[in-house]
Write a protein that binds this ligand. Sequence first.
Ligand code: DC
Length: 224
Amino acid sequence: MSDKEILRIAIDGPSGAGKSTIAKIVAERMGIDYIDTGAMYRAIGLKMVNEGVSREDTEEAASERQKVLDRTEIDFDNGVITLDGEDVGGKIRTPEISIAASDYSRFPEVRSKLVAIQREIGHRKSVVMDGRDIGTNVFTDAQYKFFLTATPEERASRRVKELQEKGEDVSYEATLEDIRKRDYNDTHRKLNPLAKADDAIEIDTTDMTIEEVASAILDKIDQN
Ligand code: DC
């Protein structure tokens, strides 16, 4: 397949805006692959936490992280996130790993490793890719770019509901605080912060159902 025929759809936005649920539906209806880049940052976060790697912004800490990254394999295939060959899907959605993913994702050595993997996948096949910097950095040439938002309160309620459905007991206040902290981290980091690409279509999902958001995106793609 030539590069021209490959379709890249970028879906960016803050934590809990519904990106992955929506991206999965859009990919499925279009018959192409869905790539969850947040899961990749979470898998790196998990490895760094397991190995007790520093989150400091010093040269020494950067070289410690680089050494760990050099012996780390991350892949996202068929909806499954693997870390060094192990399916870690069940381990990366905890509050601890959410913060770790956000913390470690600000370092250039972490981003360059994952961005290279993401670009390689998107040059090989058509994808719907969700994240923070897909439209602004990973695929600036994506044919379609969407930026999903919702109020922090709505995103916190959604997260609480999702975790409660999995049997986890979480407080709304703590979740809202976690969302605000991650919003701050993600929008204030120096390297490729969370931002809407100039040519992205913004959708405020606060009062929309999942189906309405998916339809809005699919309609835009159909119109072109
Ligand atoms: O989408 P998520 O909540 O699973 O992402 C977890 C963290 O990973 C998020 O707080 C920031 C980081 N991330 C990133 O920096 N760039 C991406 N493209 C995706 C996620």
